[in-house]
Design a protein around this ligand. Structure first.
Ligand code: FFO
Ligand code: GTP
Length: 464
């Protein structure tokens, strides 16, 4: 089933750069390169030692295209597990395209997105969850996302799944022993021992499932809705937070800074700030639609920052506050920000009024314009997310596909437990164990279909 053809692609980012890397993989790729490569000693790449680098020129018959460095890898000791070549050329877009075309006319074909990593998976260099982590690693733009992807790529999750698999196989072997002697009506398997193993598995799977809520926000950013009247200082606050940010600033693909979403890395975590329309009572239909959207953003947020203007009286507060609270999810944190405190002498008074009107939420006096207390706000935002699991090296599930498979696996193991409790025949218990194994196997790719693989790798970059 494995496609053995030689694939090629530009591995570096599209566009001009100092140097570009073109990679090839598959049996015959070294011969293909020899057709367009001339080394100063006329030595052929097929004759060089693996894991060596060679200077020379890329030519199209008599025409010189570039001076390059070529690295040679022999199967199975390469990223893909196949014979592979990397050509480092000068990073001109023209040169990159010319070399790629020469390779194609010499017998290689253009790689599909993720095809190198897909081959690494098919050749047993990594399991599917590790291959997916390669894409996450490339996409990671915060310290937390980077750490999580790296741990998954290095097999942290795979090891955990392997442990679960061994335990499940252990139960099956005990049960199957019993089945073999079923007509003798012997219970080889100590059911209470089986039960305690199954409970241990259930606990592990449940912990992995629970980690997804953290993994998901680390990967996709923590949604923070900023609500408040027009002119309370929402944009100014975003700018102040941007200044606080000493790490990389990135925009979520497909949105622009001046629209409604800004992503900001704060202390190594990505936050997704969602600016919303002001809430007020109005008969204007269009405005009401905007307000409805604000409520739905509040519902989706993990943190809601409710801005109020300290230079105005507290009448602005209560109607909003009640409405915001009505739309708050069970795990959503509300923080009240009293802004523009630099512009008034009565900030303390407003603060105590609001404290008595509210019900125990954190209220922080700030001045977005001067930067006053913004570092406290940052600490507050960061402290909402408990990163202990990440720092202690626990496996964190960040992939929706894995989460779904784990949820199914959990249902299956829970059926195993109820089955054992109700003295169900070993045959049926075994079936649920096999189902649990099946779902775990979907994560690592031991059980997979071309369709699943296609869906995973089509989202990779070309050349990866
Ligand atoms: N130039 C270049 N840089 C790169 C990669 C690459 O393929 N090429 N990588 C790729 O995406 C990443 C590094 N990952 C790699 C993983 C394994 C092997 C490899 O050759 N493995 C062999 C040999 C291991 C060994 O010598 O011990 C193997 O697993 O058998 C290469 C790169 C990031 N940087
Ligand atoms: N003195 C003072 N002025 C502020 C502060 N924060 C914002 N402002 C001013 O308040 C005005 C409105 O600020 P914006 O950040 O545009 O407010 P906004 O909530 O984004 O407004 P809309 O986009 O209309 O919803 C601007 O003139 C800001 O300079 C602050 O902390 N102190």
């Amino acid at each position: 089933m494995n496609d053995q053809t030689v694939i090629c692609a530009i591995a570096t980012a599209p566009g001009m750069g100092a140097i570009a890397v073109i990679r090839l993989s598959g049996k015959g790729c070294i011969e293909i390169c020899d057709r367009i490569f001339v080394s100063p000693s006329y030595k052929k790449l097929v004759d060089v030692l693996p894991n060596t680098i060679h200077f020379g020129k890329i030519v199209n018959k008599e025409e010189l295209i570039d001076e390059v460095l070529i690295s040679v890898f022999h199967a199975p000791h390469s990223f893909t597990g196949e014979d592979s070549i990397e050509i480092s050329c000068h990073g001109s877009v023209y040169i990159q395209q010319r070399i790629l075309q020469l390779l194609i006319s010499s017998g290689a074909r253009l790689a599909a997105p993720g095809e190198f990593t897909q081959r690494a998976f098919l050749n047993g260099k990594m399991d599917l969850s590790q291959a997916e982590a390669v894409a996450d690693l490339i996409a990671s733009s915060s310290a937390a996302a980077h750490k999580m992807a790296l741990s998954q790529m290095r097999g942290g999750f795979s090891d955990e799944l392997m442990k679960l698999r061994m335990e499940l196989l252990h139960i099956t072997s005990l049960l199957e022993l019993e089945l073999d002697f079923s007509e003798e009506d012997v219970e080889f398997a100590d059911r209470s021992e089986l039960r305690s193993i199954a409970i241990g598995i259930d606990t592990l799977i449940s912990r992995l499932c629970a980690s997804f809520s953290l993994g998901n926000v680390i990967k996709n950013g923590i949604p923070v809705a900023i609500v408040g009247n027009t002119n309370v200082g929402k944009s100014t606050l975003l700018n102040a937070l941007l200044k606080e940010d000493r790490a990389i600033v990135s925009d979520i693909e497909g949105t622009t800074r001046d629209v409604i979403e800004d992503t900001i890395n704060l202390q190594g975590i990505t936050f997704r700030f969602i600016d919303t329309a002001g809430i007020r009572h109005t008969d204007d239909r269009v405005e009401n639609m905007g307000i409805e959207r604000t409520f739905s953003k509040i519902e989706q947020a993990r943190i809601v920052l409710f801005l109020i203007d300290a230079t105005k009286n507290t009448e602005q507060f209560l109607p909003y506050y009640t409405q915001v609270k009505e739309h708050l999810g069970p795990d959503t944190r509300l923080v009240i920000l009293l802004n523009k405190t630099d512009q008034t002498d009565s900030a303390d008074m407003i603060l105590s009024q609001i404290t008595s009107l509210s019900s125990g939420e954190k209220i922080l006096p700030i001045a977005a314009k001067t930067g006053y207390n913004i570092h406290h706000l940052v600490d507050e935002l960061v402290s909402t997310i408990n990163l202990n699991a990440l720092h202690s090296g626990d496996v964190i599930v960040s992939n929706a596909r894995h989460y779904e498979a784990l949820s199914h696996a959990r249902l299956a193991i829970e059926r195993v437990i109820t089955g054992l409790d109700s003295h169900l025949s070993g045959e049926f218990v075994s079936q649920d164990i096999r189902e649990c194994l099946h779902y775990l196997g979907e994560i690592t790719g031991q059980i997979t279909t071309d369709e699943v693989l296609g869906n995973i790798f089509k989202n990779f970059c070309i050349g990866k």
